[in-house]
Design a protein around this ligand. Structure first.
Ligand code: AP5
Ligand code: MG
Length: 187
């Protein structure tokens, strides 16, 4: 089955676009961030440690993320394909996942300025209840993205798997570009 990825900084619109994509293309959306937040909500001791890390805008350990995604894929084994959102966040995560679980066919990279992303996240923070939608954590999430995740995008760019999308426009305008990208890849 197909496995694609979405990449982009915090607030670039990955989750929003994934919701639109799964409606039209029948892929299963798996977000490592969402899986981690449900682990936190479960109230487990591990969840408490995860929450602290997410509150600092850092990455949680590779093994936990790999396990969560692997389990979610097993639970949806009949899916026609997976769209894995905000993943991999660091090079080793990607390398291990491809070796142990599934190769990556394409990466949609939602590119937009930090100013716009910050504005979106602060607005969402008024109601989201997310522990990381505040100015201090947003700054750290930007830093983590630049230092650890940007190199992952470069890695896939060298394999010609990245489709860069201008994510500064409206949700519809961004989705229009997503559709052309997916259709050009035969989806
Ligand atoms: P994660 O949950 O992945 O968060 P993120 O990448 O920081 O980004 P968001 O989910 O906040 O933004 P998004 O790009 O999905 O945008 P959205 O569509 O929501 O990760 C959170 C934390 O978990 C990480 O910091 C890390 O600690 C940990 N983690 C996660 N994955 C991990 C991994 N693989 N390994 C290790 N640790 C991991 O949109 C944002 C807002 O903007 C919304 O309000 C939306 O309505 C609005 N919006 C969207 N598009 C538009 C548009 N075009 N115009 C105007 N508004 C828009
Ligand atoms: Mg998201």
């Amino acid at each position: 089955s197909q496995t694609g990825r979405t990449q982009g900084g915090p607030g670039s619109g990955k989750g929003t676009q994934c919701e639109r994509i799964v409606k039209d293309y029948g892929l299963t959306h798996l977000s490592s961030g969402d899986l981690l937040r449900s682990e936190v909500e479960s109230g487990s001791a591990r969840g408490k440690r995860l929450k602290d890390i997410m509150e600092r805008g850092e990455l949680v350990s590779l093994d936990i993320v790999l396990e969560l995604i692997r389990d979610a894929m097993t639970n949806n084994a009949s899916s026609r394909g997976f769209l894995i959102d905000g993943f991999p966040r660091e090079l080793e995560q990607g390398v291990r996942f491809e070796k142990e679980v599934a190769p990556c066919q394409f990466v949609l990279f939602f590119d937009v300025s930090e100013a716009v992303m910050q504005q979106r996240l602060l607005k969402r923070g008024e109601t989201s209840g997310r522990v990381d939608d505040n100015e201090a954590t947003i700054k750290k999430r930007f830093h983590t993205f630049q230092e650890l995740t940007k190199p992952v995008i470069e890695h896939y760019r060298q394999q010609s798997k990245v489709v860069q999308i201008d994510a500064s426009g409206s949700v519809d305008a961004v989705f229009g570009q997503v559709k052309s990208a997916l259709e050009s890849r035969g989806l």
